[in-house]
Design a protein around this ligand. Structure first.
Ligand code: ATP
Length: 261
């Protein structure tokens, strides 16, 4: 569907179209549409802009990826539909492996996502070849299948838009977990080492830029950034941001678009 440029919510509608197209192409699971809608609702609370607290979360996340021994980025259908080129570029700048990992796993979806990532420039994609499959025991569903060359042996895993069970399993398996999740109250946000409470469509391009800046710093400076970070406090900051924004709007900052009618 063509969305007129002057539509007040053109950008959001274009992103929504990408998710819908992704579903028709079997890249996105049906439940991915629901997850996207929940994300959109939280993004309203942020004013659809990256807040300062999220810039900090993103900076620390990049520092952790750059100082890790074996970073892996887990890709699901929504990520492949929303920001394929960006996720491939981000993996390159942080030397991370890309691994497809799906809650609703099927060969058809693995193939569809593989071809999206290849088109976006990915050279190596883990998670598709059964020869390298291993299982993370703590999880009961198909998402327990991971690649022995990737998530299974990783020290740091970026799992954008993840479900809580797997995040908990990754933590219990001793991995450092970074997530991007607009919902600061999700189990994933609560269980991650670093939770980026921002829209993934803004967070990934901003983290690519950040990685160029942080590459100029030495590893002690990067480690200090990580050691000074407290995910629990950072989630409180994101909740404070949302609640004070809502309070400001409620107390008079909300513009009445009908006042000049
Ligand atoms: P949990 O199990 O962690 O408590 P959940 O099972 O509800 O959460 P999912 O249904 O897998 O988690 O949803 C993934 C999360 O991704 C949701 O919390 C949603 O807010 C978030 N989300 C959806 N779209 C985006 C986006 N574009 N950017 C960032 N976060 C998003």
């Amino acid at each position: 569907m063509a969305i007129p440029d002057n539509h007040p919510r053109a950008e959001s509608l274009r992103i929504r179209e990408r998710i819908i197209e992704g579903m028709h192409e079997k890249v996105v699971a049906e439940a991915g549409l629901i997850a996207h809608g929940r994300g959109e609702a939280y993004d309203y609370l942020l004013g659809e802009k990256t807040p300062n607290y999220a810039q900090k979360q993103q900076e620390v996340a990049v520092a952790m990826l750059l100082t890790s021994k074996k970073p892996v980025i887990s890709v699901n259908g929504n990520i492949a539909a929303l920001c394929p080129k960006e996720i491939v570029q981000f993996a390159e700048t942080t030397r991370a492996a890309l691994e497809i990992n799906l809650f609703y796993r099927s060969e058809e979806r693995i193939k569809a996502i593989t071809s999206v990532l290849k088109e976006a420039g990915a050279k190596t994609i883990l998670g598709a070849d059964p020869e390298y499959h291993e299982t993370l025991e703590e999880i009961s569903h198909l998402r327990r299948i991971v690649d022995i060359r990737g998530i299974y042996s990783a020290d740091v895993v970026l799992v954008p838009l993840e479900d809580g069970d797997r995040t908990m399993a990754l933590r219990r398996a001793g991995k450092k977990v970074i997530t991007v999740d607009l919902n600061p109250l999700s189990r994933t946000s609560l269980w991650s080492n670093i939770s980026i409470v921002n829209n993934v469509t803004r967070a990934i391009p901003e983290m690519i830029e950040e990685s160029f800046k942080l590459k100029e710093k030495n590893s002690d400076e990067l480690k200090d950034l990580i050691n000074d970070f407290d995910n629990y406090k950072s989630l409180q900051e994101s909740l404070n941001f949302m609640s004070s924004r809502l309070r400001d709007l409620a107390e008079g900052k909300l513009e009445d678009p009908t006042k000049n009618l």
